[in-house]
Design a protein around this ligand. Structure first.
Ligand code: ADP
Ligand code: MG
Length: 366
């Protein structure tokens, strides 16, 4: 068996909650997360990043400056992890850095993750692999989701058909058939709409454990309207982002004066649960067990809503598969970086729709 090597994965997802860093000991079939570090985004960066999702004046310069700030934050998080674990930069083979998505427009043949990897390599003295999505798009794919390749490598089973459900800002599902076949796609909104609604009404980043949403009731007509979005009926492969599921999208459906803010919050929780349930029912052949990850796995209201819908299917967290719910994506980018360095294919055309296998990622040597 190949010798284990240390990689660092950095994920900063659509939720804009902050930076997840995972130190992973990898060989080709196993992934052991040895240490982790979370650095929340300062409010100022979060506001700047949200602004960059939509056209504005002088956005090129703003994006370049924010990319530098991000690289400094990534480097700070990496340094904190190294110091805490008494590691030196030369013990780390590479960093796999997702970057921060500010536009995802596969239909226009581009996706944009910022983060200045040159500066990150310079600041950490560690090789950086980034821009994983562009090559897949160049090959006709969606550039997303990329984590199914990692799920297949480390979470696959020959006994059970598994669905890995990652509830980040956007939610994505990987179906791992025991035969080895894989289906992967974004199901739609995870926490993104709920977070934004909570921010607007409570001034908080998110509704902890769905406490506020619990005080509301599901508005059936609103839920039906939200679920009528054509994205949900599209066959996989498919991917989405803030480009579609944003405040404007939600606002156009808010046509019921009797619906209180907490009712809308409760309905948004149900939208995430329902769209996941429908995606599993419609697009995943046979599912024997579901494993959850992503921040949404901490939302007890959302978990209960999902359990009520998936009555007969056992649900557990990815902790039971050896990677904690908050670290799967960061670990995946460590793994993707290793594949890039070894010139191994690391997209899954079944999940992205690319016309073939490709080696994704750009390398910035230390
Ligand atoms: N205790 C909790 N209760 C409710 N929601 C939570 C909780 N913990 C995390 N979250 C949700 O998880 C999100 C972060 O999830 P994450 O997997 O990091 O998403 P992303 O990859 O898009 O950044 C938060 O924005 C929040 O909505
Ligand atoms: Mg996050």
């Amino acid at each position: 068996m190949a010798q284990e090597q240390l990689f660092i994965g950095i994920m900063s997802g659509t939720s804009l909650d902050g930076i997840d860093v995972a130190l992973a000991e990898l060989n080709n079939v196993s992934c052991k997360v040895l240490a982790t570090q979370f650095l929340p985004y300062p409010a100022e960066i979060k506001t700047e990043l949200l602004g960059l999702h939509f056209p504005s004046e002088n956005e090129l310069e703003i994006a370049a400056i924010v990319a530098n700030k991000l690289a400094r934050l990534y480097a700070k998080a990496v340094q904190a992890l190294l110091t805490k674990n008494k590691l030196k930069s030369n013990q780390i083979k590479a960093i796999g850095c997702h970057g921060q998505t500010i536009r995802h427009r596969p239909e226009l043949e581009f996706t944009l993750q910022i983060g200045n990897s040159a500066l990150l390599a310079e600041l950490t003295n560690i090789s950086v692999v980034s821009d994983f999505r562009s090559r897949d798009i160049a090959a006709g794919g969606q550039g997303a989701p990329l984590v199914p390749a990692f799920h297949k490598a480390v979470f696959g089973s020959t006994d059970k058909n598994r669905a890995i459900v990652n509830i980040g800002g956007i939610a994505n599902i990987t179906h791992l058939a025991k035969t080895g076949e894989v289906i992967g796609f974004d199901s739609g909104p995870g926490n993104i709409l709920l977070d934004s609604w909570t921010r607007l009404h409570l001034g908080k980043d998110y509704d902890e454990n769905g406490a506020w949403a619990t005080t509301g009731v599901i508005h059936k007509s609103l839920l039906t309207d939200l679920l009528s979005e054509s994205y949900f009926a599209m066959l996989p492969p498919k991917s989405t982002g803030r480009d579609l599921f944003n405040d404007k999208w939600l606002k156009q459906h808010l046509l019921y004066p009797e619906c209180r803010p907490q009712d809308i919050a409760r309905t948004l929780v149900e939208l995430t649960a329902h769209s996941l349930y429908q995606a599993i029912a419609n697009y995943c052949p046979v599912v024997d067990e579901v494993y959850l990850c992503g921040g949404g796995a901490h939302n007890s209201l959302l978990m209960n809503a999902l359990k009520q819908l998936l009555v007969d299917i056992p649900i557990a967290n990815t902790d039971n598969l050896g990677v904690g719910v908050d670290w799967v994506e960061a670990a995946a980018f460590a793994w993707l970086a290793k594949q890039t360095l070894e010139n191994n294919f690391n997209n899954l055309p079944e999940a992205t729709g690319a016309k073939g296998l490709r080696v994704l990622g750009a390398i910035y040597p230390a």
